[in-house]
Design a protein around this ligand. Structure first.
Ligand code: MN
Length: 425
């Protein structure tokens, strides 16, 4: 079913630019206000338009899918739809694709329905698409782990002994997850700038971004019943861009022995459109070779996806500079391996949980996915097109992540994950 909606030759009666992130082959899911009535509904995106799926459901557009009769598109979050499972998501995307094809006039010629279902994307307010339950952040980029380990512990002790054997991760905080466009407040906390002096309380002076991607859990698993790695993707609804904002000075003092706490829990930004694994399927690829070979419960080697990633930094009132180019395929551990590992001890995942990748760095200096690495802890400040330099994010700076899969004449994109850093309280 997925393959038909993925046909690169498909065109829509809605005009879509070739570099748009939202051609008919994508059809991501999100939440926006209905043009008629103003309620929050499940929606999709195509070109410069947003489509209200509840309005289409009311006229029977999804009657032949498992969504029929469920009213899930009238919910203010994606959770109920996500819980229905992959067959429902695939059938919805296929039905929508059919309605939007240039050889289908059913919706195109229904002016009244178009008025209730379609609205320009630039007129809508972006919503957090999911009521996020638990948030887990992994640490799955070998290059990032090596860079950070080198900076914090030295080159000889960079990669800890467990790293090549399991996807290292920690349980994060979901309450401070915000959608792209929401400002982020510079945090305060405890730091120890001088190892020979007592710690001090104050404003963080080393706010950083982390280029990550994350996936939302669709159907969960029962407590005590692990998900085998080969079935893991059945539990993955789709992916978003994630900026795991970090305060490096707070992190450096607090992280041992249990990992980051206040350094990470002040904000995490996600992009508003959830791109399904069905839409990403044509871009599946092999990840890096895994040596030593992982234990049997983690064996799976085609779980990577070729997703080009960029980070742009825009000082207040100045021009934007692209400061990083990376790729999701660089990650050592795949989403399927992360999910299998997360549940192998019996932990239950629930619909709406967010599992993020960890910072995605590559092998070149320009593919480092955080300012900590890009400016090598301040030793090599980054030069911006505005003439300024950066070793950390400054008040007023906007950090924007973007990403897409490049197809033949089209892109499957994620839009933007953007946030401006505000002065501390
Ligand atoms: Mn992180």
């Amino acid at each position: 079913m997925a393959s038909e909606a993925n046909n690169p030759a498909l065109r829509s009666w809605i005009e879509v630019e070739t570099n748009s992130h939202f051609p008919i082959q994508n059809l991501p899911f999100g939440i926006c206000r209905s043009p008629a009535g103003g309620d929050l509904h499940v929606c999709s995106a195509i070109g410069e338009f947003v489509i209200d799926l509840a309005a289409l459901d009311e006229v029977g557009a999804f009657d032949d899918t498992p969504v029929a009769g469920t009213e899930v598109f009238h919910e203010p979050t994606l959770n109920a739809f996500m819980a229905l499972g992959r067959e429902a998501w695939s059938a919805t995307r296929q039905a929508l694709s059919q309605l939007l094809r240039d050889d289908c006039d059913e919706l195109r010629d229904n002016t009244e329905l178009c008025g209730r279902a379609l609205q320009p994307a630039n007129e809508i307010e972006l919503q957090l698409p999911v009521d996020v339950g638990d948030y887990t952040d992994f640490y799955s980029s070998r290059e990032h782990a090596t860079n950070v380990g080198t900076l914090f512990r030295g080159a000889d002790n960079a990669l800890l002994p467990n790293w090549l054997h399991l996807p290292v991760g920690y349980h994060g905080r979901s309450s401070s997850i915000v959608v792209s466009g929401a400002p982020v407040r510079r945090p305060q906390g405890q730091t120890r700038p001088d190892d020979k002096q007592p710690p001090v309380f104050g404003t963080s002076n080393m706010v950083d971004f982390e280029l990550e991607m994350g996936f939302f859990v669709g159907p969960g698993n029962v407590l005590g019943k692990p998900v085998p790695v080969g079935e893991a993707e059945e539990h993955i609804f789709g992916m978003v861009l994630v900026n795991d904002w970090s305060a490096r000075d707070i992190q450096k003092w607090e992280y041992q022995p249990l990992g980051p706490f206040l350094a990470k829990n002040f904000a995490t930004t996600v992009s508003p459109w959830v791109v399904t694994l069905d839409a990403l399927e044509p871009f599946r690829c092999r990840g890096p070779e895994q040596e030593p070979r992982p234990l049997a419960y983690l064996q799976c080697n085609d779980g990577a996806f070729d997703i080009a990633l960029e980070v742009w930094l825009t000082p207040d009132g100045a021009t934007a500079t692209r400061i990083c180019e990376s790729n999701f395929r660089y990650l050592y551990w795949s989403m399927a391996q992360q999910l299998a590992h997360h549940t192998v001890g019996g932990c239950n995942l629930r619909t709406g949980d967010l599992l993020a990748s960890g910072t995605i760095s590559g092998q070149t200096n320009g593919s480092r996915g955080s300012l900590l690495e890009l400016a090598w802890r301040g030793e090599e400040p980054l030069s911006l097109d505005s003439g300024e330099q950066r070793s950390s994010v400054q008040d007023g700076d906007t950090v924007t992540l973007t990403g897409w899969c490049q197809g033949d004449g089209y892109r499957i994109g994620f839009g933007e994950c953007s946030g401006q850093l505000l002065t501390a309280h």
